[in-house]
Design a protein around this ligand. Structure first.
Ligand code: AMP
Length: 593
């Protein structure tokens, strides 16, 4: 497909803020694309060139983008940087610079979507020293072939910052409209920003929505889903979970009391310890390979060789996918450690053996998603747990099942919870014993109960350069929550960040992380791509006109990076509103208790 056709759709999507209009635009686009290109085009619509779960990162910085624009247009890097500061969007800078050049050369190339993907893929595969020039050449080649508007989106795609406001849900809806719209009989009322559907058609619509959503939760890949959707509902249903391919994890809702927990999950409930570690999805494939993913679907197999050994030795089965929490412990005192004490094991790529001895982890398995090639997700939890009890040969401090009780008795649940806290756990998770496993969902069947005011997982979307002894570092950080595919500001934090590298999360480390993510500079302030997720404690949530979310945090304090979490895990505005409402009663609870 000609890139300009896609670019026209990008541009229309960028111009409207109405979700329904965006859905319609995308649906119309999907209807006319060549079916054999569906895969690649689905990625480009998301502003990617790889599927959601792929490990590959484009790894192209703003600096490299500037070099490429300069090479393609002959405009100096200094001038481009100046323009970038003024306009705040390198995509637009590329567009303007290409315009200037085009007037001289009157050149209009024929860029295809495939060529864009091909060059960007090649650029991302180049690693190490001396590859900068080759990367620049690949990007510059695209820019030379591009019309001005195409240049805007080439640059935005490679910076992974498309700015067309299309969230996962919009792509899902558009796939439903494009592929099943006729059966549903969708009539939309763009004026009211609503869909006109009678009850019967609404049911059909919801049915297809859930088929597409569930297919996506299993595949994590809109390329695969769009391909299958063109073939029909049965092809979507056939997309299977497969050991080796990452699956989204089920998430927990938060509750304020054990009573509320029972109301949500029913009685009796499966009540498990909430371990303070990190999520591990452990796959074993038929050829006896163990692959480990975090909840963000990052592959961390290399970092945890001991887990692969435990799984091979202690879990029976040709192939499977286990859901678990890995918790660190002190090898001498045999006491559990907090997540932050072992978080370095997730990122560290060297001295693995040494780290394995110093910071060992215990795997606590609580679910099974696939067993010997069979999907387990539709089986009730109690059956999945029974299967786990059969196939896992537990060994404390290595691998075992998460400790649990099954009860409908509030007193018994309370006693289990108190003991959990005494043993250093974060709290408990209550689960509905008859529930299926719902990848990617945060529903009422899994709820978590913790004693203290939970820190919030938020994403850094801006920062401010420091002064005085903090000159040269970013010293305060803008935090945002999630809302319909966008990020809304909720506060600014500088407290909790350490002065020195060895004291914990430092200004220096944060500055290093932020630098490549800058998309706009304005004096001392920068806007950054939402990527860095942090855990933030606070005293209270307040209503505030200062921030775009309408809320602010009182006394925020940065606790730690949550590198294993993804943008899905960032708290949503609805959750913040809920905490705001509930905080009155909770505050009273701690003051009393
Ligand atoms: P939070 O990170 O506060 O949203 O809590 C949910 C996380 O608790 C899950 O993603 C798991 O990593 C972790 N967790 C610890 N123990 C369990 C358990 N028994 N069942 C489910 N999740 C657990």
């Amino acid at each position: 497909m000609q890139y300009i056709e896609l670019v026209n759709v990008y541009e229309s999507l960028e111009k409207t803020t109405k979700r329904l209009e965006k859905t319609e635009l995308l649906a119309e686009f999907f209807k006319k694309i060549p079916k054999n290109e569906a895969h690649e085009l689905a990625y480009l619509v998301e502003g990617r060139i790889f599927p959601d779960w792929a490990e590959n990162e484009l790894g192209i910085s703003s600096q490299l983008a500037i070099k490429s624009i300069s090479k393609a247009t002959g405009i100096s890097e200094e001038h481009l940087v100046k323009e970038w500061r003024k306009i705040g969007d390198l995509g637009k800078v590329a567009e303007e610079s290409t315009k200037v050049k085009k007037q001289q050369a009157l050149f209009s190339g024929k860029l295809t979507t495939h060529k864009v993907i091909e060059n960007l893929k090649k650029a991302s595969e180049l690693e190490g020293h001396g590859t900068v020039n080759r990367k620049v050449a690949l990007v510059a080649e695209l820019l030379t072939m591009a019309q001005p508007m195409e240049a805007r989106y080439v640059i935005r795609t490679l910076l992974e910052e498309l700015r067309i406001g299309v969230a996962e849900g919009t792509i899902r809806d558009a796939i439903v409209w494009a592929c099943f719209g006729k059966e549903i009989g969708i009539k939309y009322n763009l004026e009211n920003n609503d869909i006109d559907l009678d009850e019967e058609h609404r049911k059909v619509y919801d049915h297809y929505l859930s088929i597409v959503q569930e297919a996506y939760d299993r595949a994590n890949d809109f390329g695969v889903v769009l391909d299958a959707a063109f073939k029909g509902a049965s092809a979507l249903k056939k997309i299977e979970i497969e050991a080796g391919k990452p699956v989204k994890v089920e998430l927990c809702k938060k509750i304020d009391s054990i009573k509320e927990g029972f109301e949500r999950v029913g009685k009796p409930a499966d009540i498990e310890l909430k371990y303070d570690g990190f999520r591990m999805l452990i796959h074993k494939t038929e050829d006896n390979q163990v692959i480990i993913y975090t909840r963000r679907l990052d592959n961390v197999t290399k970092q945890f060789p001991e887990v692969a050994r435990y799984v091979k030795e202690h879990v029976h089965g040709k192939s499977f996918i286990l859901d678990s929490e890995a918790v660190g412990f002190n090898p001498k005192t045999k006491k559990y450690k907090q997540f932050q004490d072992i978080s370095q094991r997730i990122k560290r790529k060297y001295d693995i053996e040494k780290l394995e001895k110093e910071l060992p982890v215990e795997v606590n398995i609580f679910d099974i998603i696939d067993y010997n090639g069979e999907d387990m997700i539709d089986k009730p939890l109690h059956e999945r747990r029974k299967l786990l009890e059969k196939i896992v040969k537990p060994l404390k401090w290595k691998i075992k099942l998460a400790e649990n009780i099954i009860t409908g008795d509030e007193k018994e649940a309370e006693a289990f919870y108190k003991k959990a806290l005494k043993d250093g756990m974060e709290g408990i998770v209550m689960k509905s014993i008859n529930s299926s496993y719902q990848p990617g969902a945060r529903v009422d069947t899994w709820v978590k109960f913790k004693p203290v005011q939970d820190p919030l997982d938020l994403v850094i979307t801006g920062a401010e350069w420091g002064k005085g002894k903090r000159a040269g570092w970013f010293a305060s950080f803008i935090l945002s929550c999630r809302h319909e595919g966008k990020f809304l500001e909720i506060g600014k934090v500088g407290t909790g960040v350490k002065e020195k590298l060895d004291q914990g999360l430092s200004f220096e480390e944060l500055t290093k992380l932020i630098n490549p993510l800058i998309i706009k500079q304005d004096g001392r302030q920068v806007t950054v791509k939402p990527k860095i997720i942090v855990e933030v404690a606070y005293q209270e949530i307040q209503i505030s006109p200062t921030y775009s979310s309408g809320y602010a945090l009182r006394f925020p304090r940065l606790i730690q990076l949550r590198e294993e979490k993804g943008l899905h895990d960032v708290y949503s505005l609805d959750e913040i509103k809920d905490f705001f409402k509930k905080q009155g009663s909770r505050k009273l609870m701690w003051e009393v208790g």
